[in-house]
Design a protein around this ligand. Structure first.
Ligand code: ADP
Ligand code: MG
Length: 372
């Protein structure tokens, strides 16, 4: 485990680097995505840990319908999903004019420009973690905290991410791609090629939405139907016998990696309920594996991060198979950020507080901009 963050990161965290004027950071939360609720919890944690000596937050709430508001109310109301009831919401939009790098406040028929230094999309899943919001912000000339358009879009697409990572010589679970036009008979044939049990998953989803572990052919069609309610393309994927491990990666060129974590399951898989209640599963940080294996996972995590052009930060998830082989699962470009989430947990084990992580992520986005 890297006990110390690397040098460039340490530099960003020095008090001498506190700018004389606070930088204004737009924190985007909510969003038109099935993962709206998860985002509220992450955004509440990020807002609560923002270093107020360095940064002034602008809380930008996005409704489930995709409408943007500047929110001036209590931060607790974000976690409770009561922020829209506050009477403290003013419609806001993004100025696409690059010389503004601003949000446009629409108040009483007037437009007010609110310049921002960076925007932190604390959004999960579609329309937030998939490159769409990143694209709008980049077009507007506003530095984006975390991954940019390309890496966000690639990591949201589990099939394309697998192909790129495989080109680096890192294996992924065997899979078959199906779309809405794939005939039922063909789906059954492809599933039989994978063998049972297998996972049916939407290509673009998160928080385990739409995912089923299927143990026999009779359960296949209902699993496929469920997954199609989340996406137009699906993966039928070999179930890896072993356990899932993760790497928290922070950095642009010079990468800091936290402790490797491990998900211990006692039944089924890491579904939505388990992820947010840990009723029958547990997360171990550090993972209960030897140092050599941990180092192998960390090296693989870095290679995956680079293969997918990630910037700022991301959580790289892999499986450690019973055979000892490491398989790529997926990259979460905006992982959960609550005090109980895996990403901050792995970095905490390497000595970084949530405030330091958020500071580093913001400074890395500003550094990226000054490079370009
Ligand atoms: N090929 C696989 N082998 C074993 N378990 C899997 C496999 N694919 C998914 N899972 C289980 O399902 C969970 C969710 O799948 P994942 O692909 O990570 O989707 P999400 O983006 O929703 O997190 C994983 O955390 C793991 O428990
Ligand atoms: Mg996952």
């Amino acid at each position: 485990m890297d006990k110390k963050p690397d040098r460039s990161l340490t530099d960003h965290l020095q008090p001498s680097h506190i700018p004389s004027a606070r930088k204004r950071i737009a924190l985007l939360f909510g969003g038109c995505t099935p993962e709206y609720e998860v985002s509220l919890q992450s955004a509440h944690a990020v807002a609560g840990s923002l270093d107020r000596e360095r940064y002034e937050p602008l809380l930008v709430g996005i409704t489930r319908q995709g409408d943007w508001f500047l929110y001036n109310g209590a931060e607790e109301k974000i976690a409770d999903d009561a922020w829209q009831e506050e009477g403290n919401c003013v419609p806001i939009s993004l100025s696409l004019n690059r010389s503004d790098h601003a949000l446009l406040l629409l108040r009483d028929g007037h437009v007010e420009k609110l310049p921002v230094d960076a925007a932190f999309p604390v959004l999960h899943g579609r329309n937030g973690e998939d490159g769409t919001v990143q694209g709008a912000l980049e077009l507007a000339g506003i530095p984006v905290v975390g991954c940019g358009v390309l890496s966000s879009a690639l990591c949201m697409d589990k099939d394309r991410a697998h192909r790129l990572v495989q080109a680096e010589g890192i294996p992924h679970p065997r899979s078959r791609l199906i779309c809405r036009h794939t005939a039922k008979e063909q789906i059954r044939r492809l599933a039989a090629e994978i063998d049972w049990p297998l996972f049916v998953k939407p290509v673009k989803s998160g928080s385990s939405f739409g995912i089923t572990k299927v143990s026999d052919p009779q359960a296949l069609s209902s699993a496929v139907e469920l997954a199609f309610s989340y996406d137009d393309t699906l993966l039928l994927e070999e179930a890896i016998s072993g356990f899932e491990v993760g790497c928290a990666v922070l950095g642009n060129d010079c990468l800091t990696i936290g402790a490797v974590d491990e998900i211990e399951l006692s039944e089924g898989f890491f579904d939505f309920t388990e992820k947010y209640t840990l009723k029958t599963s547990a997360i171990h940080v550090p993972a209960r594996i030897d140092d050599q294996t941990s180092e192998r996972i960390r090296r693989t995590g870095k290679r995956i991060y680079r293969a997918l052009s990630c910037q700022g930060f991301a959580r790289v998830d892999m499986f450690l198979a019973d055979s000892g082989e490491i398989y790529f699962n997926e990259v979460n470009t905006i992982p959960g950020f609550t005090a109980h989430s895996r990403f901050p947990g792995m970095l905490a084990a390497a000595g970084l507080s949530l405030t330091q992580i958020v500071t580093a992520a913001i400074e890395l986005s500003l550094e990226k901009r000054s490079d370009s």
